[in-house]
Design a protein around this ligand. Structure first.
Ligand code: G3H
Length: 527
């Protein structure tokens, strides 16, 4: 791995983030801090790099943020939840303009904090901007559709979508910007107020955005706190004042947080959780295509994607050829620092991840699996080379656990019923990839697979995008649906004004509309 760091990406001095955003004010944090270290070395003599620090905020500050978000929502009477849509859009656009100016800083921090390659970090940033702009357009569409009055059984109604209240938003470390904003932005767009706590890695990259959040939204609408989830999120949930828990990450934390909310029926959930997406390689599959898609599907960003292919089922007739080609391709991947040219595999941000992956490899090999690629399992200070394990079966941990890292289990099968039964038994149900071409085989297979997962990818790896498409999962993989359109729905509820069709009511309705005094009841057509 090259130790050369292009000038633009060097860390000249650590970034001490000693601020947080509460009630519209960027406040100074004077308490204890958490050091932020990158597992990437900045010169030959170090094995990691000190990037700076973030506030280790306490329960009192968490409750201060909650109080600010609740006050801004003000039981639905607040400025933001009652604001005319066009004004909310204006605020969102202003924020986007300011955010775009921070692209370089954020991309650089994405590389250092989570080890994402330069092209992927740029893609994460740009995709987020597109997501915000698409959200604004979709919000306008929804508002336009809601501009008319319905009339049924002598009752007029104007039906819109209203906010739900105060949202606690917790994002994951693998997409610290994109996935967090894919929750935050639709929640805000619909008129909710938000408390956001970034994940354990990818936190410093919020620093360049604090000012933009503070200047674009009314006080208390966006509150950003830093520190440990247990210290901050638990008291917020225990208060019972949270209306929506929006979390992309781990089901253990999601379950623990739901448990402590005292008013279960009031709490809405928007959750993206674990997955163990399988690839199924049928005997007639185009093997070169299947190998290429499975390599990128299982190992892009080192397998640290909820949509990653985490187990591969290969038909026994083609297993030898598939395995050989797959193992060769994996060992030909380029490992390096995020800015290195052609890099594909990058340092793992979690210091204990190589040991965890090693544990999965040791367990599988002790139970009969082999490592098919010569480099598989090679260790360096911040990485473990992806081991291609074969044959894997259900006695092994790697068959069941979401590895979220670089190791690829391959399971042989003779009968398609085997992967189908395994998928039916699995606690997860996000996506599947199927490789094959015979329509007589694929047609009935698709009909079963769509009832086991929420997206069936034909001859391509699993992925979340395009973001206009629904992103969700069955069983323990998700609660609610995210897409540009669906996320706006997930963070809102249908609510309407109804009036019986008579002279008296119609006259009143007409006056309200003519005077344009209501931000809800209006027939403006947003362009
Ligand atoms: O970590 C889960 C992400 O939603 C995956 O998104 O398929 O675009 O990498 P992606």
């Amino acid at each position: 791995m090259s130790q050369f760091i292009p000038e633009a990406f060097r860390i000249d001095k650590p970034l001490s983030l000693n601020q947080y955003l509460v009630g519209g004010e960027i406040k100074e944090w004077g308490g204890s801090v958490i050091d932020v270290n990158s597992t990437i070395a900045s010169n030959d003599s170090t094995s990691s790099t000190y990037l700076g620090s973030i506030p280790d905020m306490d329960e009192a500050s968490a409750l201060e943020a909650l109080q600010a978000a609740s006050a801004a929502y003000d039981l639905g009477k607040g400025l933001w939840p009652t604001m005319r849509p066009i004004k909310r859009i204006k605020a969102m656009k202003k924020f986007t303009d300011l955010m775009v100016q921070k692209r370089e800083e954020i991309v650089k921090l994405l590389m250092w904090e989570i080890g994402k390659s330069l092209p992927d970090a740029q893609k994460e940033f740009d995709r987020t901007i597109v997501y915000i702009n698409d959200t604004i357009e979709e919000y306008k569409n929804m508002d336009r559709d809601a501009a008319r009055f319905h009339r049924h059984e002598g009752v007029y109604a104007q039906i819109r979508r209203g906010p739900l209240g105060v949202v606690l938003c917790l994002g994951p470390y693998n997409y610290p910007l994109n996935e967090a904003f894919a929750l935050l932005i639709p929640a805000l767009m619909m008129g909710n107020t938000v408390i956001f706590k970034p994940a354990k890695y990818g936190v410093l990259l919020m620093a360049p955005l604090l000012e933009a959040f503070a200047s674009c939204f009314p006080p208390g609408v966006v509150n950003i706190v830093f520190g440990r989830g247990r210290t901050l999120a638990a008291p917020i949930m225990r208060s019972g004042l949270i209306d929506v828990l929006a979390l992309i990450g781990n089901s253990t934390s999601a379950n623990a947080l739901q448990e402590i909310h005292p008013k279960k029926n009031r709490l809405r959930l928007v959750l993206g959780l674990e997955a163990k997406n399988p690839a199924i390689i049928l005997p007639d599959a185009d093997l070169d295509l299947a190998v290429a898609e499975c390599v990128s599907g299982s190992l892009s960003f080192n397998g640290q994607r909820c949509t990653a292919l985490k187990i591969i089922y290969v038909h026994e007739d083609i297993a030898d050829e598939f395995n050989r080609k797959f193992a060769e391709k994996v060992d030909a991947l380029v490992f390096g620092n995020p800015w290195d040219p052609k890099v594909f595999l990058t340092p793992l941000p979690e210091v204990d991840k190589p040991d965890y992956i090693q544990g999965l490899i040791d367990d599988a090999t002790s139970l009969g699996a082999q490592i098919l690629n010569p480099k598989g399992g090679e260790r360096s200070s911040n990485f473990i080379w992806p081991a291609v394990l074969y044959p894997v079966d259900d006695s092994m941990r790697v068959f069941h656990e979401e590895q979220f890292g670089p190791v690829v289990p391959i399971v042989p099968f003779a009968d398609i019923q085997t992967p189908l039964d395994d998928m039916a038994k699995s606690p997860y149900g996000q996506q599947v990839s199927v490789f094959g071409q015979d329509p007589h085989t694929l047609s009935p297979l698709v009909d079963v697979l769509v009832n086991l997962v929420c997206r069936v990818n034909l001859n391509s790896s699993c992925q979340r995008g395009p973001d206009m498409y629904p992103f969700t999962g069955r069983k323990d993989s998700a609660v609610a649906t995210l897409s540009v359109h669906d996320a706006l729905r997930s963070f809102s509820i249908r609510t309407f004004v109804a009036s019986k069709d008579n002279e008296y009511n119609n006259q009143i309705l007409k006056s309200i509309l003519d005077e344009r005094g209501s931000n809800f009841l209006h027939t403006d057509y947003l362009l």
